[in-house]
Design a protein around this ligand. Structure first.
Ligand code: ACO
Length: 430
């Protein structure tokens, strides 16, 4: 808390609202006494100005394009870390020693398999089921396999965090295998986290499959870049569900469902579909930039704009470079990459996008990399979920350990009918 406060004057009353200051100087007005003292609540659709918690996990400065996990810049982690080390950093609050990382990695590897009965769940899904729906359903279903476990809640919470990290790639790879009609490939714990995922996705029992080390590195990079992003829609959802005391399985399922929306994680699928449409339409980039600007059209440039970043999204910069590098190495000439670059160039020169501070976000180039890796378009958001999982787990852990945590329960200002009579059915008018 700082020494400063905000004075609120309302109906001859004056109330001093204390100002809370974070480590990086960002300030929030503490309104916890507002309703008790004045009867007022705040109204902030979309929580544009509302801090729902204090958090020590991720720092974003949207104006300067800064993103840090536990104080470490994303650019540094992208260059030097791997996904499990970054997961450890997010969840436990510090970089692990070599011994801690080895133990954590081995623990995660112990839990990569799914209960055999879960495989039968996949039989019930239609072949063209969306993989995000499968991901959410199977994660939720896992809860019933562990529902009778008893013991120290902290130990069980830790075990379930490790289980989720270990099993999500297996669940995702099985969803892909189901969609292409190939046999499920069991995890191979001699492989690293990212290598094992690519192995489960793309190997078959019929042929030897070597995972390309460049794909492993690129996947590590993408997962690190997605690993946390403070109080975004899915993370806020995970926290909200967790605050009710619901299980970790339920909370992560809710996060997966929130992430699936096209304005959030689902945007990476929408970006490729949009680029495909522009390509099929002769590559007329200007037409789509104009459409996105038009008040008559609901079309938006997918992969553009962000609630927090108003300068550039540091993740998008890193992904664009990685995309160029991987496609060059794989000798892939993807026409969608050219269209994406033209679209970015056209939008960044356009006064509409400049004035509204709309820049490419994390989703703009990630899909082109996933395409080059062989990931089907409808599984792109699943890749986002794999990356975001440690962030969700870290945020849920932080919430559970925070003494200030209460069940999440926003207020509202009611705008429906005033007190009304119950009209008997025979007297009601259509
Ligand atoms: N294309 C065209 N216009 C846009 C775009 C876009 N991509 N994004 C925002 N705008 C316009 C809006 O029409 C609005 O204009 P107006 O003020 O004239 O009404 C203005 O910019 C502000 O947009 P809002 O939707 O109010 O901004 P908000 O912060 O609520 O939304 C969001 C941010 C959802 C990311 C938005 O920019 C968007 O829809 N982008 C496309 C979808 C996308 O890429 N989502 C992924 C985000 S990153 C992530 O979740 C991982």
């Amino acid at each position: 808390m700082t020494n400063s406060s905000v004075e609120l004057k309302y109906q001859n009353q004056s109330l001093q609202l204390p100002v809370f200051e974070g480590t990086e100087g960002e300030k929030g007005v503490d309104i916890s006494q507002l309703r008790a003292k004045t009867g007022l609540i705040t109204l902030d659709p979309g929580f544009v100005n509302t801090g729902s918690c204090t958090s020590g996990i991720t720092f974003i400065d949207g104006d300067k394009g800064i993103l840090r996990y536990r104080g470490i810049p994303i650019e540094v982690l992208a260059e030097r870390s791997n996904f499990l080390e970054t997961s450890y950093l997010l969840i436990y609050g510090k970089l692990p020693t070599a011994d801690e990382l080895e133990k954590f990695t081995q623990r995660v590897k112990r839990h990569t398999m799914l209960h055999e009965d879960i495989k039968r769940f996949y039989d019930g899904f239609p072949r063209d089921a969306h993989p995000m729906a499968i991901l959410g359903s199977v994660v939720c279903s896992l809860s019933v396999f562990y529902q009778h476990e008893t013991g120290d809640p902290a130990y069980l919470a830790e075990l379930n965090r490790v289980r989720l990290l270990a099993k999500l790639p297996t669940i995702a790879a099985y969803a892909y295998k189901k969609s292409v009609g190939q046999p499920f490939i069991y995890p191979d714990n001699s492989r690293s986290y990212c290598e094992n995922f690519l192995y489960m996705m793309f190997s078959t029992p019929a042929e030897r499959y070597e995972v390309d080390p460049d794909l492993i590195d690129t996947l590590n990079l993408l997962l690190i870049l997605h690993a946390d992003h403070e109080q975004n829609c899915s993370t806020a959802t995970v926290r909200m569900v967790q605050s009710s005391g619901a299980s970790m399985w339920a909370s992560i399922t809710a996060g997966i469902c929130a992430l699936s929306g096209p304005l959030h994680g689902g945007a990476n699928q929408e970006v490729i579909e949009m680029l495909e449409q522009i390509h099929a339409d002769g590559g007329n980039v200007k037409k789509y930039v104009d459409l996105a600007k038009s008040k008559e059209s609901s079309f938006r440039l997918m992969g553009f704009g962000h609630r927090v970043y108003k300068n550039f999204d540091p993740r998008a910069k890193i992904i664009k470079t990685a995309c160029d590098k991987l496609l060059k190495k794989m000798k892939v000439a993807d026409p969608l990459l050219d269209i994406a670059k033209q679209l970015e160039e056209a939008a960044l020169k356009d006064s509409y996008f400049i004035e509204k501070k709309l820049y490419p976000n994390v989703d703009f180039y990630s899909g082109i990399i996933y395409r080059a890796m062989g990931i089907p378009v409808n599984a792109f958001t699943v890749m986002f979920a794999l990356g975001r999982l440690p962030g969700w787990l870290a945020q849920a852990k932080e919430l559970n350990e925070d003494k200030a945590t209460k069940i999440g329960r926003p207020r509202q200002v009611y705008t429906g009918p005033a007190l009304s009579d119950y009209t008997p059915i025979e007297k009601r008018k259509a």
